[in-house]
Design a protein around this ligand. Structure first.
Ligand code: ADP
Ligand code: MG
Ligand code: ZN
Length: 609
């Protein structure tokens, strides 16, 4: 449509220009003074006129003593009529050369052509537009079937290699094989090795799946077709399937290459499990992927890499040998990995001299690669906002908390009473955490709202931990409940501020019993059949594999654990009340206590080894 208007405008402008050129040429170019008809008549009567030439509505007058004049006449009136009307002496006219020129002025052109041209143009524009829209719909329907895979060619500008991916050592090892295969496939076929078809990358969001897939392509120096699972899913049934066909056709043409299907769970969900109308489409798309992968000639050098963070929902058919037979798990980075990731992302950022990425890594347990990249970016933004040229530790720490808990919400003004309650609540968490022998040390206590939380107490482990004991868990629950307990002990009742603490404490208590077998009464077994691979941190669906009676027992055990934790927390809040009060005073005064401030009040943490 825009094009159409543009074309029309261009056409029209050209037309106007041609007309203008014509009128200029015919106008002779000489400058003429414009005068009225009566002047002309009197000039004729005074025999001052040498020559008259009439073109259209213009009368060009050349005077005897030199000089030109132009006189406009009414359209329709002829010169002889004017002469008659103004009673010009015919004898005086005889001395004047009169010529009638063919009319070529702009007006003439416009007047002559436009009445025909406008309807003609309108009609042709109309027809053109109709044709186009019909064609457009057609061509769009054709485009639908084509995959929108972006091809990243061999000479990709900022090529990603394994060096840009920190950590995930096992995954990199595993993928080196794939790279080797893409580089020289005959080495493998000579010894009769079947080539890998599909590699499935599994890992929580942000662990670097997409990055790693690109690194494989970069290492192998082969083209890389990247498409996201959700792009296959369209409104029309069959479109996804034809996109898959098209994608594989294109890929086979440029073999050896990599097809990367990001977020494959969008199409690769268990078939027949969908609700609503869309699952037909998904099934067809998934079937097509399976057909294409099966249809590879033994030595088609196309490797399909797919990524997902929901391996539990994938269709088992996808995981069969010959399809995504290799599964590569990307773990969340540990301390050393985090430091390495930070190093990679800090390369282009000017860091202050005292910045220690190791200390940042220590403070960020549970952060994924994406979180860490984000953290550095936030720190850079903070530094820029302060008009600093380098990023200091201060900005690093600030952005850690921002990434962890959302931005500070200083604008949320608490009333004096709310502030006091929040102070006791957070001081409760902090005191119980500090005096429980097995918990992580308190890093920061604050009554400034952050994200969803009204205030927060930040504990950080001294090292990465992979195992927890029951004692530690019970203490953990006690810390979670400490805010609630403190409110209750001091004010005699609790507020809504403790809701999420309670929920987390309850679900932790349930896990102790159903997943970790930590209840003496129920014994070493798990309860509830989880869909596979809960290690990615999410339980999707639970099926009961126990009786009503056991369910009742579990509930009772949850209460037992909670009671135990409440008892511990209450004991500490009471016995350490003098510290609690001091922390509250400090919090009301400063709003935020760093580790050092806090330990000045309560002493250094004594941790049991
Ligand atoms: P996923 O696909 O697993 O959700 P991405 O690969 O998109 O995660 O990672 C997002 C960003 O996080 C990457 O672009 C990269 O900047 C950073 N990142 C994640 N993991 C790593 C890693 N192991 N090493 C370096 N950077 C990483
Ligand atoms: Mg991704
Ligand atoms: Zn709390």
């Amino acid at each position: 449509m825009k094009n159409l208007i543009k074309n029309f405008l261009i056409f029209f402008t050209v037309f106007l220009l041609i007309a203008a050129v014509f009128s200029l040429v015919s106008g002779g170019g000489a400058k003429s003074a414009a005068v009225g008809l009566d002047t002309l008549v009197s000039q004729i009567n005074n025999q001052q006129v040498d020559k008259i030439s009439i073109s259209g509505n213009d009368i060009q007058v050349t005077l005897k003593q030199g000089g030109n004049e132009i006189v406009k006449k009414e359209a329709g009136d002829t010169f002889s009529q004017i002469v008659k009307n103004y009673s010009v002496d015919p004898a005086k006219l005889s001395g004047i050369k009169i010529e009638v020129k063919e009319n070529q002025g702009l007006d003439f052109w416009l007047a002559a052509v436009l009445p025909f041209l406008i309807p003609f143009l309108l009609i042709s524009v109309f027809i053109y537009f109709m044709l186009r829209s019909v064609q457009g719909a057609n061509s769009k329907a054709m485009m639908f079937g084509q995959s929108q895979a972006k091809e990243i060619g061999r000479e990709f500008k900022d090529k990603v290699t394994f060096r840009d991916v920190a950590g995930v050592k096992e995954a990199k090892e595993e993928l080196k094989e794939v790279v080797e295969f893409l580089r020289n496939p005959q080495k493998f076929s000579e010894v009769g090795a079947r080539t890998p078809r599909g590699v499935l990358l599994l890992g929580s969001p942000g662990t670097g799946k997409t990055l790693l897939a690109r690194a494989v392509a970069g290492e192998a120096g082969v083209p890389f077709f990247s498409i996201s699972g959700s792009e296959f899913v369209e409104m029309f049934v069959g479109v996804g399937a034809s996109r898959v066909r098209d994608l594989f056709r294109r890929a086979k043409k440029s073999a050896p290459c990599i097809i990367f299907v990001d977020e494959i769970d969008a199409v690769g969900r268990r078939r027949g499990a969908g609700l609503g109308g869309s699952h037909d489409e998904r099934e067809q798309t998934l079937n097509q992927i399976l057909v294409e992968m099966d249809g590879f000639e033994p030595n088609t050098n196309v490797i399909v890499i797919a990524a997902t963070n929901r391996p539990d929902v994938l269709d088992p058919a996808l995981l069969r040998p010959g399809r995504f037979d290799r599964r590569v798990i990307l773990d969340e980075p540990d301390l050393a990995d985090r430091e390495a990731i930070l190093k990679i992302h800090a390369k282009k950022k000017p860091l202050g001299k005292e910045v220690s990425l190791k200390r940042v890594a220590e403070r960020t347990p549970g952060f994924t690669g994406a979180d860490l990249a984000n953290l550095l970016n936030e720190a850079a933004i903070l530094a820029a906002m302060k008009n600093k040229k380098i990023i200091d530790m201060e900005e690093m720490f600030e952005s850690i908390e921002k990434v962890m808990m959302g931005p500070e919400r200083k604008s949320r003004i608490l009333s004096a009473k709310e502030k006091k309650i929040t102070a006791y609540h957070e001081a409760g968490h902090a005191i119980v955490a500090h005096f429980s022998p097995n918990t992580d040390p308190v890093h920061k206590v604050s009554i400034i709202a952050r994200g969803q939380a009204g205030g927060y107490t930040l504990k950080l482990p001294l090292e990465d931990k992979h195992m927890y004991t029951k004692t530690e868990y019970v203490e953990e629950i006690a810390v979670l409940l400490a805010g609630y307990i403190a409110e209750q002990e001091i004010f005699g009742e609790v507020t809504t501020g403790a809701t999420s603490d309670l929920r987390r404490a309850t679900s932790l208590a349930r896990k102790l019993i159903t997943d970790y077998g930590m209840s003496e009464n129920l014994g070493p077994r798990t309860f509830g059949e989880k869909e596979e691979m809960i290690f990615l941190g999410r339980e999707i669906h639970e099926q009961r594999d126990y009786s009503e009676k056991v369910a009742e027992q579990i509930d009772k055990e949850i209460s037992n654990f909670i009671d135990r934790a409440v008892h511990q927390a209450k004991g500490l809040v009471k016995s350490k009340q003098e510290f609690l009060e001091k922390v509250v005073v400090a919090l009301l005064d400063k709003e935020t206590l760093e580790k050092e401030d806090f330990e000045k009040i309560v002493g250094e943490k004594v941790k049991e080894e």
